[in-house]
Write a protein that binds this ligand. Sequence first.
Ligand code: C5P
Length: 216
Amino acid sequence: MGRFVIAVDGPAASGKGTIAMRLGRAFGLPVLDTGLLYRAVGVLTQRAGESLDDEGATGSIAALMTAGQLDDPALRTRAAGELASRVAIHRRVRDALLAFQHSFAHQDGGAILDGRDIGTVICPDAPAKLYVTATPEVRAERRWKQLTAQGEVVAYEDVLADIRRRDARDGGRDTAPMVAAPDAQLLDTTEMTIEQAADAARRIVEVARARWESSQ
Ligand code: C5P
């Protein structure tokens, strides 16, 4: 049997990360949070004293990325999300991270990847694709709670402004903009608890998996 790949895309704090983790447990598949790759490139660029706007420098840093660099708690901060979306506009950065994502996606048995361009660019043939959304206000509230629980001191209004700025940058860039794949199932989690969202995602993937199995 081939590889069952699940692509989970959507904007910041839509719930896609938690959904991807729950799907990983339900279907026994490894999960890659691809946002961490861009966060790592952003943080490493800043630490190296290079400019985030420098496509050559950020591309070289991306080319040297290893899995071991993804465990750094500094990648989970609000600042790292902003750095990530600034380096993510560069084609050389995106190209350099492609091989890492492909080898994860192509492992035996399958995999789950969550991000912005998994269903459109990284794994366009994935047999299961989800595009997870929620209103900016609800996403900002979730992200604010998460950051506050991590000990960051930040105002809700500032988190909402971050989310709006990132949506505009991620959706408006020329290379691999954030957009739902035409064959992705939309899942709006605005009115859902995380349990409800995870259940809805699991049902969507069960249907996709049954269809995929019958085609194998
Ligand atoms: O999902 P997360 O908030 O960690 O992503 C951080 C940033 O990384 C996003 O705002 C986006 O600019 C970039 N990203 C991307 N493509 C992905 C994953 C993340 O461009 N597949």
